[in-house]
Design a protein around this ligand. Structure first.
Ligand SMILES: [Zn+2]
Ligand SMILES: [Zn+2]
Length: 390
C-alpha cells in the first residue's frame, strides 16, 4: 500500500553525538519530533524505522581504508588512544570539527541508513515522499570526514538509486554551506543534477561553490551553484531559487528530487551570516513539494542538514517542512504548543519563540537589503551567461 509520506526516524539517531560542547547536537532531532508530535502532525503510523547502511552501501562513495578508520573507534579507550588519534587525523577525524566518539561508525551508518530507507521507500513505490531529518551530511568526502559529516548519506543514496533504478536524479541543497561532497561525487555524471544555494564561500566554510563550478565531461553544466551574499534575506533567497530551480528541472527532466534542508541560514544561527527567517523555510519546502509534483511525478526525498540554533530554529524549520510535505501547511499565525515550550525552555538560555513563522518585530533590519538583493541578481545573471539553457 502506498503511504503518501514517510518520516524515517530512530531513537538511536541521537547516538551521532560529538559531545555537549560541539555545535552539531542531536537534541535538535528530539525537539523536532517532539514539536511535530505535539502539533498532531506526527504519529507512529508515519514513522518508518531505518536499517543501518551496510559496508557495501558505504563503499558506494567511501574508500575502504576510511571506513576501517571510522570503525576503529568502538570503546571509550579507543577515543583516548594517542596512536589511533594520530592516524585518524589523516582522515579528517580527531579534529575540532570532527572529534571521534565511541561507536561513531554505527551512529553514522544509521544516519546513512535513514536516507537509504527513504530512497528504498520511494524507489519501491511504498511512499511517494520521505523525510530523514538525521540526513543531509553533505560535506563528507570519500576518504575523510568534513564539517561534522562522517558519511555522505545523500551521495550514497543517489549512487544506490542509480544502481537500482534507471532514474535521473536532481539534488537541491539549501543549507547555508555549499553541498561540496555531493557535488563532487557526481561532478562528471550526466544522470545527476546538483544545485546548491548557499552563503558565498568567500566568507564561509567550505570555501567552494562559486558559479564557475559547473561540472566536467558529460556532467558539464549539471553542477549549479548560487552563492549568496552575506546578510541575504527571505525574498532575495527565494527569488534566486525560483529563478533557477524550475528551469533547471524543466531542462534536466529528473525522475526523482532529493532536497537537503539545512536551516543554518536563519538569522539566529550562530555559524553563518545569512538572514532568512522560518518564513523562508516554510515557503521553500512548499515550493520544493510543488516542484516534485510538477517535474518528478511527486517522487521526493528530503533530508535535514545543518542547523545550530538547536531549539529556537531547527524544530520549527523541520516541523514546517514535514507539515508541507504532508499537505498540512501551517499558516502565519500558528503558535507553538505551550506544552512543548514548557518541556524545552529549560534547555535554552534564550526564550523560545511563540510562533512557527517569525514575527516581523523579531527580524533584524538590514539597511543594505536592497543592494544585497541586487548583488544576488548579478550572480544569477552571471550563472545564466555561463549556462545558456538556464
Ligand atoms: Zn505531495
Ligand atoms: Zn550548513
Amino acid at each position: 500500500m502506498t503511504q503518501a509520506s514517510s518520516f524515517v526516524y530512530s531513537p538511536q539517531y541521537t547516538l551521532y553525538d560529538f559531545g555537549s560542547t560541539h555545535p552539531f547536537n542531536p537534541r535538535r532531532l528530539l525537539a523536532t519530533t517532539s514539536l511535530a508530535e505535539s502539533m498532531g502532525l506526527l504519529t507512529s503510523r508515519d514513522i518508518v524505522e531505518p536499517k543501518p547502511a551496510s559496508p557495501d552501501d558505504l563503499l558506494l562513495i567511501h574508500q575502504p581504508n576510511y571506513v576501517d578508520m571510522v570503525e576503529q573507534f568502538q570503546e571509550e579507550a579507543d577515543v583516548h588512544n594517542p596512536s589511533l588519534l594520530q592516524a585518524a587525523q589523516n582522515y579528517g577525524l580527531a579534529t575540532e570539527d570532527n572529534p571521534v566518539f565511541p561507536r561513531m561508525h554505527q551512529a553514522a551508518s544509521l544516519a546513512v541508513g535513514g536516507t537509504l530507507t527513504a530512497a528504498r521507500m520511494v524507489a519501491s513505490g511504498k511512499s511517494l515522499h520521505a523525510l530523514n531529518i538525521a540526513g543531509g551530511l553533505h560535506h563528507a568526502q570519500p576518504s575523510s570526514a568534513s564539517g561534522f559529516c562522517i558519511y555522505n548519506d545523500a551521495a550514497i543514496s543517489i549512487k544506490w538509486l542509480s544502481q537500482h533504478t534507471s532514474w535521473r536524479i536532481a539534488y537541491l541543497d539549501i543549507d547555508a554551506h555549499h553541498g561540496d561532497g555531493v557535488q563532487q561525487a557526481f561532478y562528471d555524471d550526466p544522470n545527476v543534477l546538483t544545485i546548491s544555494c548557499h552563503e558565498t564561500g568567500q566568507y564561509l566554510f567550505p570555501g567552494t561553490g562559486s558559479v564557475e563550478e559547473l561540472g566536467t565531461g558529460k556532467g558539464y553544466g549539471l553542477s549549479l551553484n548560487i552563492p549568496l551574499r552575506p546578510y541575504t534575506e527571505d525574498d532575495s533567497n527565494l527569488e534566486c531559487l525560483e529563478a533557477i530551480v524550475p528551469r533547471a528541472l524543466e531542462y534536466f527532466q529528473p525522475d526523482l528530487l532529493i532536497s537537503q534542508h539545512g536551516c543554518d541560514g536563519h538569522y539566529w544561527d550562530p555559524l553563518t551570516d545569512l538572514l532568512v527567517s522560518t518564513y523562508f523555510y516554510s515557503k521553500i519546502s512548499a515550493l520544493i513539494h510543488n516542484w516534485a509534483h510538477e517535474y518528478t511525478q511527486g517522487r521526493w526525498i528530503a533530508v535535514g542538514g545543518g542547523g545550530y540554533e538547536l531549539l529556537r530554529v531547527v524544530p520549527r524549520a523541520w516541523t514546517l517542512l514535514w507539515a508541507n510535505m504532508t499537505d498540512r501547511p501551517l499558516d502565519d499565525d500558528r503558535t507553538i504548543p505551550e506544552t512543548w515550550i514548557d518541556q524545552w525552555q529549560p534547555f535554552s538560555t534564550l526564550p523560545l519563540p511563540r510562533h512557527f513563522i517569525d514575527r516581523a518585530e523579531d527580524r533584524p533590519t538590514t539597511p543594505r537589503s536592497f543592494a544585497i538583493a541586487e548583488q544576488n541578481r548579478q550572480t544569477i545573471h552571471h550563472l545564466r551567461q555561463l549556462v545558456p539553457w538556464l
